[in-house]
Write a protein that binds this ligand. Structure first.
Ligand SMILES: [Zn+2]
Length: 418
């Protein structure tokens, strides 16, 4: 399937002009700006004619389907991403995947019906930028959204999530019914910007993605004894911050040794003054790995090293788990299709890379065979208005995405694979 990158780039720029501009994207979920972007997409889909049927599901996800040439062909392949954006966000995050999917439908309609049904989806509220809950629409479809858990989340102006959804015609309690839209799904393919520096550093325009990593977050509290900085000799201290400092470097060593990532992004101390030994040091620890076993080992390392650091400085330590998300490895056969597609598009042959950020594909990948493709980010930043990718990389990635969708359709048309 040959996608016309000119069409995708033109659509991306048109959407950016309509709902963005120099200040960045204005497509915050459940707002009039977001609905305007949705309306624009609906117009684009309507222009493709009767072959494309458009529906909004119970969770607010927008679906556009093109039926199979053989009406008895079972199942469907899903493509897509999200149009919603963080405030003052970039022009590519999410929009690239949706508008590349739109181009797939455009080509499919022009060529006649596909071997199996294709469904383009624009997931609702991927970012979680307004209410702090990401992946709302995709988690509803995948059976992991609990309405009671998010009903009363409020935005900065005090608006409730349930009310904001209702204003867009979505009833929160009905959202889990959207799971019906995944029944019969054969595969999910998503194109997205990398949002990080790995591809830029390796001078690669695009890559297949092996999965999204698992995440473990803990508060690690070192408790010693607050004491006067002048009167307390070094050998008589119970310095919680010294223990924490040793621990921070141990976390780093563990992540490097086990090929994951481990971050201490913040330490809070008490009393937190220059003239006192810290009696309490509370470390905020984030660890991620694609392999669940390796992630467990990193957490075990953290416990072991924290105990050793505490003992070395006469302190006690306790762990409090504050968040965890399992890794979502993508489907090996689909990864291979995407990897080969990148090579055929001229992007070189190389190993797939894991995704540190979560995506809708993280949710979908738990219940449907899934693969993502990343395009290089340059600068390697996202969720900012200067987010960008080189045009050469975008064109190559769009080409590779079209080849991947074609490969997945062909595979699924010849036999369903779990
Ligand atoms: Zn995104």
């Amino acid at each position: 399937m040959k996608l016309d990158a000119d069409n995708v780039l033109r659509d991306l720029r048109e959407l950016a002009d309509l709902t963005g501009g120099p200040g960045g994207a204005r497509r915050l979920a459940w707002t009039p700006d977001w609905l305007q972007a949705r309306g624009w997409l609906r117009d684009k889909l309507a222009a493709l004619g009767d072959a494309v049927s458009v529906h909004q599901d119970e969770a607010g996800n927008l679906w556009a389907s093109v039926g199979a040439a053989d009406p008895t062909a079972e199942g469907f392949v899903i493509i897509g991403s999200h149009l919603d954006a963080v405030p003052a966000g970039g022009w590519l995050d999410g929009a690239l995947g949706v508008l590349s999917g739109l181009e797939v439908l455009r080509q499919v309609v022009a060529a006649g019906a596909p071997p199996v049904e294709i469904r383009l989806v624009d997931w609702a509220e991927e970012e979680g930028a307004r209410f702090g809950r990401s992946l709302v629409g995709s988690s509803a479809c995948c059976g992991t959204l609990e309405p009671d858990g998010i009903r009363d989340l409020r935005d900065a102006d005090g608006n409730r999530l349930e009310d904001a959804m209702a204003e867009c015609g979505v009833e929160l309690d009905a959202a889990p019914q959207a799971a019906a839209w995944l029944e019969g799904a054969l595969a999910y393919v998503e194109l997205h910007i990398e949002q990080g520096p790995v591809l830029l550093d390796a001078d690669l325009p695009a890559a297949a993605v092996s999965g999204t990593v698992g995440v473990e977050r803990h508060l690690v509290r070192f408790t010693g004894q607050a004491a006067h900085a002048g009167s307390t000799p070094m050998d008589l201290r119970q310095d919680s911050l010294a223990a924490a400092a040793q621990f921070v470097l141990d976390v780093r060593e563990s992540a490097i040794a086990r090929d994951g990532v481990g971050t201490v992004g913040a330490i809070r101390t008490e009393p937190g003054v220059i003239t006192a030994v810290a009696g309490l040091a509370e470390v905020m620890l984030d660890q991620r790995h694609l392999d669940p076993v390796a992630l467990r080992e990193m957490v075990a390392d953290a416990h072991e090293r924290a105990e050793a650091a505490a003992a070395a400085h006469g302190c006690r330590v306790e762990f409090q788990r504050i968040f965890s998300a399992p890794a979502t490895p993508f489907a090996p056969e689909l990864i291979e299709i995407a990897r080969a597609a990148v090579a055929e598009a001229g992007g070189g042959s190389h190993d797939p890379i894991p995704s540190g950020p979560l995506h809708d594909a993280t949710e979908v990948g738990r219940v449907v065979p899934t693969v993502m493709l990343f395009v290089q980010s340059d600068p390697p930043l996202s969720h900012v208005s200067i987010e960008d990718s080189p045009e050469r990389a975008l064109r190559l990635a769009i080409d590779a995405y079209g080849r991947t969708v074609e490969g997945v359709l062909a595979l699924r048309a010849t036999g369903r694979v779990a």
